[in-house]
Design a protein around this ligand. Structure first.
Ligand SMILES: *Cc1c(COP(=O)(O)O)cnc(C)c1O
Length: 340
């Protein structure tokens, strides 16, 4: 089956590479590990939100919007990528940041994605954890309308059925990658948060008729609510595609064992996984999403879930731009200041 035409604009550096990780595969002594480099989508550091924004901003342009309103956590990668895409398209960008953890040092509130989003020209406001961010976005949107603007609201993480289409297209891309590498992919592992990536990917694979299973390593919610979020969104995406099939509930696999204390709080295995990827493959992960996803990948392999001949793809969804905001979590010494 081929995908129907999907409205999108060209923002990213696509297709991204699908690469074999020989040293990591050897280190873990398990299946062959490949990585889909969606950290290389371009746009001010890249990441998975670029694909969603290609579809969302196509819709915003169709509605003649001149201003984007969105929200995210303090170190939001989605916000950085949205700010960059808006700059590129000449749209103004208003972002609402939620302080979900209420912890972190000065760097957490000023460096990493906060600095980059400001540098990219976004207007940034922050709110305490637990704020109804959707209500705040519609309030902001109304205020902008009163000033004569035409705002378009992008939900957190770009995760609605339009944004999810970006990962329907990515499913097709991954299938083509496998064909050109002459491999059969058995399983995909990714971090899941606002759900659009996993919902889009599983919908795309189902639509195209490929039974590659996908595991989402949850970074925020327990298994049941995260399953509901991804499953619900996948059904909406399939409806939008006029798909002849419905998503089987068991196609949505969520593993919630790597969240730790909560969203945005790295655990020891998160930091270890980041160091392993950095030091065996030269690949930077992040403490909020991909570090937890990779901790899940490593643990699942250790549990012997895969055959040695299996081909596993880790979807690198980006995020390394937040690393400077999390420096104390890494226990790395500053070099000594030398006086001239
Ligand atoms: C947003 C994000 C995710 C999660 O993707 P969702 O579509 O929100 O589930 C994973 N990794 C990184 C680096 C992200 O920024």
């Amino acid at each position: 089956m081929q995908l129907p035409a999907i409205d999108r604009i060209n923002l990213g550096h696509l297709p991204t590479p699908l690469e074999y990780l020989p040293r990591l595969s050897r280190l873990l002594g398990g299946p062959n590990i490949y990585i889909k480099r969606d950290d290389c989508t371009g746009i001010a550091g890249g990441g998975n939100k670029v694909r969603k924004l290609e579809c969302l901003l196509a819709d915003a342009q169709k509605q003649a919007a001149d201003t984007i309103v969105t929200q995210g956590a303090i170190q939001s990668n989605h916000v950085r990528q949205t700010a960059a895409a808006c700059a590129k398209l000449g749209l103004s960008c208003h972002v609402l940041l939620e302080d979900r953890t209420g912890m972190g040092d000065d760097e957490f509130y000023a460096n990493g994605n906060v600095m980059l989003s400001q540098l990219l020209g976004a207007e940034v406001e922050s709110y305490p954890g637990g704020t109804d961010m959707n209500a705040m976005m519609s309030r902001k949107s109304h205020a902008l309308e009163e000033c004569g603007k035409k705002p378009y609201i992008i939900p957190g993480g770009g995760s609605n059925s339009i944004g999810g289409l970006g990962y329907v297209i990515a499913a097709d891309e991954i299938v083509n990658d496998a064909r050109s590498l002459n491999i059969e992919i058995d399983h995909i592992i990714q971090a899941t948060g606002s759900a659009g990536t996993q919902a889009g990917l599983t919908s795309g694979l189902l639509y195209l008729g490929h039974n590659i299973s996908v595991t989402g390593i949850s970074v925020r919610f327990p298994q049941a609510p995260q399953h509901e979020k991804v499953y619900g969104l996948a059904q909406e995406i399939l409806q939008r595609l006029d798909a002849p099939k419905e998503m089987p509930s068991e196609n949505i696999i969520i593993d919630d064992r790597f969240i730790g204390e909560g969203y945005g709080i790295p655990r020891e295995d998160t930091i270890d996984a980041i160091k392993i990827f950095a030091r065996t493959e030269g690949i930077l992960l992040d403490p909020v999403y991909t570090g937890k996803g990779a901790a899940g990948l490593i643990q699942v392999i250790k549990e012997g879930k895969f055959d040695k001949s299996d081909n596993i793809v880790f979807l690198h969804t980006g995020g390394a731009q937040s690393l400077p905001g999390f420096r104390p979590a890494f226990d790395l010494a500053a070099v000594q200041r030398m006086k001239a």
